[in-house]
Design a protein around this ligand. Structure first.
Ligand code: SF4
Ligand code: SF3
Length: 549
């Protein structure tokens, strides 16, 4: 296997024996193959569009769902991944017959597993092909780096698209781009310069994808508002919901009414509490635990069923594996998967029945945390914020959005938040916030010093806020704002967030705890020279760099 798509990749270069995330070589192989056949299908759909043939919504959804399945910590279930490969090939077989001119299509558009008698070849054939189709199949390291950067950005974009799709929001132009870009990563005629341009285009569509999701979320559930979220526990048994899919949470809340079972959020589901629509449920008790990587201890102590709607799954301990359920693009072998197509009601009765026989969660902590500072809420506070900036009470905003992770080096973010000057305000989104959202950093004239906009996709909110502040302060350039960017990344959603910020013109982003292993020295240099991207240093050095003290 060879995988280097996340920040925790082995030795900061690549997982080759087994994923640090727990991904086994056979799962890595089938994920590579799923990406490969999705690229082949995308080449076909892109050609069909060129010829004026419409591509169905189902095909668009199939491709985004496939990519989402291969995101770090989303799906470890090889059978489910192999089923998706078969399904993708079957759709491609039908569609390629509609292509008038197949001469420019890549090999991936034709590769098949049907034997001469029409039956499917054995899984050995799949594994043999996966070996040829993986990341290292691109020999030039700069081209490989750019192809992977684009592919990972598209994986993030796919995840956000899928969340919007389940709320019945679609943008066929995003799908058309996503498929064109995927197909382009197989095109040997494209130069490094072409791929750099495509990387930026991916960022533009990242902005559009996050905007679509923002509209879908706020349209369905209202605008996030300042909210205090309980981090303690109640006396009833509970179901814990993790991941990013708000629609799943809504269905679960509806189905648990009157059952005596409470519902808690975990990790990236915390921001659900900020939406007005979820406040009406009396059994929506609070947020349990911390970021994804602490789940082994925390899930054990929760005692009740856990629903993983997306990444990040940590391979579960046997002590709670029978209480771990997956849905959507998430999957884990041996854990029950709750099916449900887009637009369909899912049946969560198995979790609810199991919960009734579980004891209440064990208290990990108590108190409250505050959040809900997405763009609408922050813009409602704009005059207060502008006044604080003009009076000098707030000197700087520090965007610390992104992901959390296991590495000890991430304690940097806790130390950095703690050491910030008292006139600095943190703008955050994503699970990175758990490094400092319980530190009680106080407020400035009533404005909390940690403003949590929501999930990682709500980094879009932070961009909207920045653009609004630029307008309010009458600036020409977003980089003239008193905002610095110190972003933590882990998986591929953070890649699309980064590309989106670059597309919006944001410069000098610091990215940590390490720069992506998939950036070759030359590609890293392009990002540094063009956008001022840099890594992190020590807390002391970075404070000097950002604040001159
Ligand atoms: Fe390694 Fe990350 Fe890939 Fe898992 S997702 S195999 S940890 S690089
Ligand atoms: Fe976290 Fe997995 Fe990225 Fe949505 S839950 S931010 S790491």
């Amino acid at each position: 296997m060879f995988c280097y798509q996340c920040q925790e990749t082995a030795g900061c270069s690549g997982c080759t024996q087994m994923g640090v995330c727990g991904k086994k070589p056979e799962v890595a192989a089938m994920q590579d193959l799923l990406v490969y056949v999705s690229k082949g299908l995308s080449a076909v759909t892109t050609q069909l569009r060129k010829e004026g043939t419409k591509v169905s919504e189902e095909t668009n959804h199939l491709i985004t769902w496939n990519l989402f399945t291969t995101i770090t910590n989303a799906n470890f279930d090889n059978e489910a991944i192999i089923a998706r490969i078969h399904n993708t090939l079957s759709v491609r077989r039908t569609l390629i017959l509609q292509v008038k001119d197949t001469s420019g299509l890549p090999e991936a558009a034709f590769w098949d597993i049907k034997t001469k008698d029409g039956s499917d070849a054995s899984d050995d054939v799949l594994f043999a092909k996966a070996k040829e189709a993986g990341v290292l199949s691109t020999k030039d390291e700069d081209i490989r780096s750019l192809r992977e950067l684009i592919t990972y950005g598209l994986k993030g974009l796919s995840a956000y698209s899928k969340h919007a799709n389940v709320l019945l929001s679609d943008d066929p132009e995003i799908d058309a781009f996503l498929q064109r870009a995927l197909a382009a990563t197989l095109d040997d005629s494209l130069t490094a310069d072409d791929l750099v341009a495509l990387t930026l285009e991916t960022g533009n569509y990242g902005v559009r994808g996050m905007a679509m999701l923002d509209t879908a979320n706020t349209g369905a559930y209202g605008n996030p508002e300042i909210t205090r979220v309980n981090i303690g526990v109640g006396k009833n048994p509970g179901i814990l919901v993790s991941g990013h899919d708000l629609k799943d949470l809504e269905m679960l809340l509806e189905q648990t009414q009157g059952t005596g079972v409470d519902v808690y959020t975990h990790s990236e589901m915390l921001p659900a509490h900020y939406y007005p629509a979820f406040k009406k449920y009396p059994n929506f008790v609070g947020n349990y635990g911390n970021a994804w990587w602490k789940q082994k201890e925390e899930f054990e102590r929760f005692h009740g069923p856990i629903l993983m709607t997306t990444n990040c799954i940590v391979p579960p301990k046997d002590s709670y594996k029978d209480r771990l359920y997956t849905t959507g693009a998430a999957g884990y072998p041996g854990c029950t998967h709750i099916d449900g197509e887009i637009g369909a009601q899912k049946d969560f009765s198995a979790l609810i029945e199991q919960a009734k026989h579980c004891s209440a969660p064990e208290e990990l902590e108590h108190g409250e945390i505050i959040g809900g500072f997405a763009h609408n809420q922050v813009l409602a506070l704009a005059s207060q914020i502008v006044e604080a900036v003009n009076s000098g009470a707030i000197k700087k905003f520090v965007v610390m959005a992104g992901c959390d992770g296991r590495a000890n080096s991430r304690n940097y973010y806790t130390d950095f938040a703690r050491a910030l000057p008292k006139d600095a305000v943190i703008l955050t989104a994503g699970c990175a916030k758990y490094k400092y959202n319980k530190l009680n950093l106080g407020d400035i004239n009533g404005i909390p010093r940690v403003l949590d906009a929501g999930q990682c996709n709500d980094s879009y909110s932070l961009a909207v806020i920045a653009l609004k502040l630029k307008e309010v302060f009458g600036l020409d350039d977003i980089n003239d704002l008193p905002i610095v960017y110190n972003i933590a990344w882990y998986e591929q959603k953070a890649v699309i967030v980064l590309l989106a910020l670059l597309a919006l013109g944001v410069k000098n982003i610091h990215l940590g705890p390490t720069l992506p292993a998939f950036l070759s020295p030359n590609v890293a240099k392009i990002l540094t020279d063009t956008f001022g991207i840099a890594g992190i240093g020590t807390v002391e050095d970075d404070l000097k760099l950002f604040f001159g003290k």
